[in-house]
Design a protein around this ligand. Sequence first.
Ligand code: GUN
Length: 284
Amino acid sequence: MNIIDGKKVSARVKSEVREEAAVLGQKGISVGLAVVIVGDNPASRVYVNNKKKACAEVGFESYEYALPAETTQDELLALVKKLNDDKKVNGILVQLPLPKHIDENAIINAISPDKDVDAFHPTNVGHIMIGDFSFLPCTPAGVMELIAETGIDVCGKNCVVIGRSNIVGKPMAMLLLHKNGTVTMTHSRTKDLASVTSQADILVAAVGKAGFVTADMIKPGAVVIDVGMNRNAEGKLCGDVDFDGCCEKAGYITPVPGGVGPMTIAMLMRNTLTAAKIQNGCKD
Ligand code: GUN
């Protein structure tokens, strides 16, 4: 069993981004990310703080907009429009979930696709589907980096994704497919899930249920990637995979915390750098 160290891989990605940002800085170009949070979801607050911290680490400016939970959809749309027009802001990230009275799709659709560093806008989702994308879907792209770290080539492998969200499951399947994996998407209505997952050379769990993937569901030697970020009864952060039960059987496995989480943020930094380069006409 080998543990894939997301902290190490994310540090490498961030140091590459920092070097490139410094080169832009020498040309008088600064990189800026606007982070918008509405309401006081504690998990969102932690994510937003981590994103701002990462900006500081790589030498980006970050601009936080913390709005009260009662913010109307129109007020949020007005802020997004203002940020779309703000030259200092290269990337816009609106932390999800939004309060129930705000239509998330309406907000995502209002973000300029050139500043959509989450790659959530339908234009960018379409680019990902086609395979000619500039912005990486952050979490799935982070997973691809972790798989690459194992040295295992995705080409021809049986890849199974559990979960079909727009943020993780669907773009994850696309990235694996672009690398010529044989991809199966599974979800809550999949029949006999364990019989599917136990065929997986590469298993990506993005379910949102603590300890959902148990040892009987994995193939011996599989690469097991855990996208889950759950709190157990004691409030401890834990993944979708029963790590202790699976770690001996898996060939490679990611821990939670310290696996996929840090990668998502590193990829967000990479996207923000890409946005700044494109907006300043210096994309190679
Ligand atoms: N909420 C959970 N994950 C994400 C993410 O990757 N981006 C945004 N904007 N919100 C999230």
